[in-house]
Design a protein around this ligand. Structure first.
Ligand code: IPM
Ligand code: MG
Length: 346
């Protein structure tokens, strides 16, 4: 689903990579394209039309660009592009959103942070994706508004289990982020997390941080984090912050997983209306999402690693889109970058 803004440009890049992977490794991927977000509102008056939902449910994996844009940004509109994405996450039951943040040595200069702080950063934020304030009851009258934040024990348990399991496959460290000094949902979150990790993952080194402090620690000592687990909105905010460690919001991929192999894969960036249609968007977040799709939904680990290696190679050779270019890099368009990457694949 290309979606809006730069979505179609980066999804086209992702599909070219998938097609090349199919050719190189002798697979056949059947891809169907559907509307979501603003594009679907224009065509059908609905940001998530029924045929889009049906196709996603029949597929092994879903690749999505971005939704939203100035055309649909009236905060009082009753139909908004973002509703399509939120409903899709809910319908697909993809409660675990994995957002890896890995700083490539070659891109240290592209980040506004000092290189001494960035070396060795390799963390994953596991964001709860189908609960919390995003999905609670909303109300609005002339002079007041409310958004309800609710979490149930089982929702916390299943996301913490995903994060803890991931930590056991990595460096064994888990940091749970909450606001337990203020929010009741966070106090439940903390209790459930402590109990579950102690009983099911006693070998894990569990740290707990308040979200305001976590925002600061992400900039002062990012290399010390391994897996971070947090609720929906904190995860949304912290991952935009964390993306700047890698040099650009355009770098970060994500995988949203549920109880089955099927996943939803999308770059964490938005529709970037300011650069839409110019062919200069960074396709890395989407291409890295394609790698996650190959790994998690199609169990094609070798193919996934080769896509990641190809991306790193293009960047090491100095290939950069405008958002990550520094000094004497030749600035590439979305297509030029993608073409170079494809040439690196077997
Ligand atoms: C994200 C985005 C979405 C979110 C928006 C577009 C609804 O910011 O995936 O991070 O808030 O989840
Ligand atoms: Mg976001």
């Amino acid at each position: 689903m290309p979606g809006d803004g730069i979505g179609p440009e980066v999804v086209a890049a992702g599909r070219r990579v998938l097609e090349r992977v199919a050719q190189s490794y002798g697979h056949r991927f059947v891809c169907n394209e559907h509307l979501i977000g603003g594009a679907a509102i224009e065509a059908h008056g609905d940001p998530l039309p029924p045929d889009t939902i049906a196709s996603c449910q029949e597929s092994d994996a879903v690749l999505l660009g971005a939704v939203g844009g100035p055309r649909w940004s009236d905060p009082n509109a009753s139909t908004r592009p973002e509703q399509g994405l939120l409903r899709l996450r809910k319908v697909l039951g993809v409660f675990a959103n994995l957002r890896p943040v890995k700083v490539l040595a070659e891109l240290v200069d592209a980040s506004p942070l000092k290189s001494s702080i960035l070396s060795g950063v390799d963390l994953v934020v596991v964001r709860e994706l189908t609960g919390g304030i995003y999905f609670g009851e909303k109300s609005r009258d002339e002079t007041s508004a409310s958004d309800v934040c609710t979490y149930h024990t089982h929702e916390i348990e299943r996301i913490v289990r995903v994060a803890a399991l991931l930590a056991t496959q990595r460096r064994g460290k888990l940091c749970s982020v909450d606001k337990a000094n203020v929010l009741e949902t966070s106090r439940l979150w903390r209790d459930v997390t402590n109990r579950l990790v102690a009983s099911e993952f006693p070998e894990i080194d569990l740290e707990t941080l308040l979200v305001d402090a976590a925002a600061m620690h992400l900039l002062s000592r990012p290399a010390e984090f391994d897996v971070i687990v947090t609720e929906n909105m904190f995860g949304d905010i912290l991952t935009d912050e964390a993306s700047m460690l890698t040099g650009s919001l355009g770098m970060l991929p994500s995988a949203s997983l549920g109880d089955t192999q099927r996943g939803l894969y999308e770059p964490i960036h938005g529709s970037a209306p300011d650069i839409a249609g110019k062919g200069i968007a960074n396709p890395c977040g989407t291409i890295a999402s394609v790698a996650m799709l190959l790994r998690h939904s199609l169990a094609l680990e070798e193919e996934a690693s080769s896509v990641e290696a190809a991306m790193t190679k293009v960047i090491s050779d100095g290939g950069r889109t405008a958002d990550i270019a520094t000094g004497n890099n030749k600035v590439l368009t979305t297509d030029e970058f993608t073409e170079l990457l494809i040439q690196q694949l077997p």
